[in-house]
Design a binder for this molecule. Structure first.
Ligand SMILES: [Zn+2]
Length: 261
């Protein structure tokens, strides 16, 4: 199976990769860590609790990055080296941007920790997104030095409504899609160029969360491209549709483990 996939990728003119929620950070370990659980309990008493939780998650992933996931992305980068590829990922943990994969060939439509925004009820449309890494870095440093006291952390606030800024992430009320749209435009153009090309599609852990982003459109692309091969890797939802029986291969596996083997 793996040999066949390697040969398909080597032979393909273009490679389309979809990464789903099975690859995403769960932050489960935060709850069992007294440093985080205490800060989260303090956050719950605040009006902007949901925003503060995002900063705590951001801090957690900086301090405890899941090296297994980053390794898996680096394996994928090795597989795709020199190929004309594009990656669509539903993950919001940004681990993919810490890997060797080319950020110019990645789109993350659910956002992540790279930009800040205000929430839906804010009237400002002046500067909808803040891409300043220094702002986030400053908060991370204050969390590091807060000695378990949330009140010691100064979170960035919106100049218009004074509430704490959220990250530009899909769970933010009034998620601003501008954050990923330029890259999405690049992706759709790239996708148009796959027609009549030898295309290898690799779907990793994309189940039924936002199926209109990866799962359904990938099936459609595979269906209409006569030269496509479609590899679907998922621990539970690995089944291929009847129309794609000839072109598709179902692999029941955890995508992270699959990439590492
Ligand atoms: Zn605001």
């Amino acid at each position: 199976m793996t040999k066949e996939l390697l040969a398909e990728i080597a032979d393909a003119q273009m490679v389309l990769v979809g990464i789903g929620k099975e690859m995403e950070e769960t932050y489960k370990k935060m709850e069992n860590d007294s440093f985080y659980s205490s800060l989260m309990a303090q956050a719950e008493k605040e009006e902007d609790a949901a925003a503060i939780l995002q900063y705590l998650q951001c801090y957690y992933r900086e301090k405890n990055p899941d090296s297994g996931k980053i390794d898996a992305y680096n394996r994928l980068a090795d597989l795709l080296e020199g190929k004309n590829y594009f990656v669509v990922s539903l993950c919001t943990d940004d681990y993919i941007y810490s890997s060797k994969l080319d950020a110019g060939r990645i789109v993350t439509p659910c956002g992540g920790f790279r930009a800040l925004q205000c929430h839906s009820e804010c009237s400002t449309d002046q500067e909808p997104l803040v891409w300043d890494k220094q702002v986030t870095a400053q908060v991370m440093e204050e969390i590091r030095q807060c000695e378990g006291q949330l009140s010691k952390v100064d979170f960035p606030v919106c100049a218009e409504c004074c509430s704490i800024m959220y990250f530009n992430r899909i769970d933010t009320p009034g998620y601003k899609e501008e954050g990923y749209l330029p890259q999405w435009e690049k992706y759709t153009k790239w996708l148009q160029g796959t027609l009549n090309r030898k295309l290898c599609i690799l779907e990793l852990g994309a189940g039924m969360e936002y199926p209109t982003v990866i799962r359904f459109p990938f099936e459609k692309v595979a269906y209409f491209n006569q030269k496509a091969r479609f590899y679907r890797v998922h621990s539970r939802l690995y089944q291929m549709t009847a129309e794609l029986k000839e072109k598709g291969v179902s692999i029941q596996a955890n995508p992270e483990e699959f990439l590492k083997n």
